[in-house]
Design a protein around this ligand. Sequence first.
Ligand code: URA
Length: 248
Amino acid sequence: MANRLRLDKLLANMGFGTRSEIKRAVKLGKVTVDGNVARESGQIIEPERHVVQYEGESVVYRDVIYMMMNKPSGVISATEDTRDKTVVDLLKPEDSLLKPFPVGRLDKDTVGLLLLTNDGALAHELLSPKKHVDKTYEALVLGKVGESDIEAFAMGVTLDDGYMTMPGKLVIEEHSDRQGEPCSFIRLTIREGKFHQVKRMFEAVGKRVLTLKRISMGPLRLDDALEEGQYRELTPEEVSLLKGNRQS
Ligand code: URA
């Protein structure tokens, strides 16, 4: 948690308006610090010590945000893009104030669990290749996925650039037919995050991913109640699970 920051920044971060709107509110005497009317919007505040009130209502300060989104297809996992809509564009303005960013990338056509936070240290830990965080995907695959694929993935497969993947756990959920072509609905858990990894692993065994959805990342599971494009803040329990129960 930030130890010291300007009063106007604190209020702006908490969604009380722009810096100039806040300056005006301070001038109008709407803001108090420890019960005294604030005189200066640039006054330095220690959120853990000072009680700030806006029009008599206490302002609970926080500087980190954690959200899970069920990413829809057609949007980019980035904070900005010159051509396409990004996942951050889907956030309500009040949820963008603390500048969350997506933790890792899902392809434009991939749906499912995406964590958005401004906690750089946590993002770094989750993405670190050394940490081997499990990511589980569900996919509809063109072709009949079988035992030989389960074994190949368990050993690691060689991708088109010669990279040998770490072992992946493949579970076949269902075989079906799509316009006379065999299809397989599968679940795959991998511990790396190479570019297009799941699609390229199936290409390595002569099959094609038709649809891809991430359902978990480490201990975090996608909330079934979230429709594609919807998001919610993580519960304190989910945050603590993600941080490995360490106190921040
Ligand atoms: N693997 C892929 O191929 N695409 C994704 O979006 C995620 C994992």
